[in-house]
Write a protein that binds this ligand. Structure first.
Ligand code: FRU
Length: 447
């Protein structure tokens, strides 16, 4: 199987959630849920990698191990904030779930667990879970969200207040929503707002297994949330985490999980990647998502750059171009017709087909050859503007599509060896204003 080359993953074995992204001396430190012993979930440890530019990575020694009585069953997800010049990790120790603190040296290379751990326990025993702290600083001190919920009831996030990150006061629930809309257990809460309190909350839902976004106003430690909507139209996006750049941008990385049978995927010797960095913006009623501009630094050779042509039915605008690690960018006027992009083509068929249907502005991806040809279609209706844009990042089994500079679809396809053909065609004719293809380069200096 072809391993991604320009997405972040551990050197070997298993990865899930991104944890505690934090800037230290201008470099981004990314931690993540990691099994250092096998390519399957377990032995939860915090892996660690560092980037100068958000997209090129160097691996660091693992940051936290499950080696204390209060976290021996796993060092689960959490966050990292700078406090008194030192990185402070707040994480979930599994004993079962308790809140723990670990403080790093000024460079973020080594972390020590706090002697008072666990520093906080769940407020009531009957919740379905209580984990994944997310901390931010506001004028009167720190706030922390913890994802929670009750079986057969509504998912919610608890909110806490602290001055020193060690002692926390429970302020109740910041937000919740009826179970039928967003599940009974909210994992990995993430939150950001503008200076007027216009805010966004994202959670990863049990049992739905995907991410929901909610908009609303935040004031007095409460957020009145709008109806949760599904964030990312694919089936390989979960447990994202955000970090604020010094220039004010809100950046997000998500876990690109594998699809299909985990035991089968374990035979690859690895599982999981992080997405490329995404820049998020609050827009009326939603959240705009685009690839961060730094992603362009991964581009290698430009394989095609063509402007202003009509792609007639039956033509293949990507004839002669091949590759499994590419960026394909298409700006076009769909009208009421359909534009189709086949990737990972072999002699007989394609492994992944993305289609943009102009009639209803919907985008669908059909990664067919998942474990022996099982059909699986992901996608949905997107915001259409007459002018459409698809930016598709293909990286071996990982596919991230950014649609109209606004939404995303993240999925996986599992090509057999040598399937690297491409086909871009239309049903009914589509006017293309620009078509670009770039070979993408490794995110790791040593490769
Ligand atoms: C989300 C999650 C978190 C938990 C972690 C454990 O994928 O279930 O809620 O902290 O993974 O690995």
């Amino acid at each position: 199987m072809v391993r991604p080359i320009y997405h972040l993953h551990p050197e070997q074995y298993w990865m899930n959630d991104p944890n505690g992204p934090v800037f230290i001396d201008g470099e981004l430190h990314m931690f993540y849920q990691h099994n250092p012993k096998e390519a399957i979930w377990g032995n939860m440890t915090w892996g660690h990698a560092v980037s100068r530019d958000l997209v090129h990575w160097r691996h660091m020694p693992n940051a936290l191990h499950p080696d204390m009585p209060y976290d021996k069953d796993g060092v689960f997800s959490g966050c990292c904030v700078m406090h008194d010049g030192l990185p402070h990790i707040l994480y979930t120790g599994v004993q079962p779930e308790v809140l723990c603190l670990a403080v790093g040296d000024a460079k973020g290379t080594a972390f020590e667990k706090h002697p008072d751990n666990p520093i906080l326990r769940m407020p009531s025993e009957d919740c379905a879970g209580w984990r994944d702290p997310f901390v931010w600083k506001q004028q009167d001190g720190y706030r922390m969200l913890i994802g929670s919920g009750k079986k057969d009831a509504d998912g919610y996030v608890d909110i806490y207040k602290s001055q020193d990150l060690v002692h926390w006061e429970h302020l109740g629930q910041m937000a919740s929503y009826p179970e039928e809309a967003a599940g009974f257990m909210w994992e990995c809460p993430n939150f950001f707002m503008d200076k007027d309190g216009d805010a966004a909350l994202m959670i990863s839902s049990i049992p739905h297994g995907h991410v929901y976004a909610m908009r609303g106003r935040y004031a007095g430690d409460r957020m009145q949330v709008s109806r949760p909507y599904r964030y990312d139209l694919g089936d390989s996006f979960y447990a994202p985490n955000i970090v604020c750049h010094a220039d004010g941008r809100v950046l997000q990385y998500g876990w690109m999980r594998e699809c299909g049978d985990p035991q089968l995927r374990a035979q690859q010797g690895w599982q999981g990647d992080l997405t490329l960095p995404r820049e998020l913006r609050l827009v009326p009623g939603g959240i705009q998502v685009r690839p961060a501009q730094e992603v362009n630094a991964l581009r290698g050779e430009c394989l095609l750059d063509r402007r202003n042509f009509t792609l007639h039915s039956g033509e293949n605008a990507l004839k002669g171009i091949r590759g499994q690690h590419l960026e394909i960018r298409i700006q076009f006027e769909p009208g009421s017709n359909e534009l189709l992009l086949e990737m990972l083509r072999g002699a007989a068929s394609a492994c992944a087909r993305l289609s943009y249907r102009g009639a209803d502005d919907s985008v669908w991806l059909d990664p067919t050859s998942l474990s022996g040809g099982e059909e699986r279609l992901v996608g949905g209706v997107v915001d259409g503007y007459g002018q459409a844009e698809l930016r598709v990042f293909l990286d071996g089994t990982a596919i991230e599509a950014f649609i109209n500079g606004r939404e995303t679809l993240t999925t996986r396809a599992y090509p057999t060896e040598g399937c690297d053909g491409l086909r871009l065609y239309s049903e009914g004719g589509v006017r293309v204003s620009r078509l670009q293809v770039y070979a993408m380069q490794s995110a790791y200096a040593e490769e």
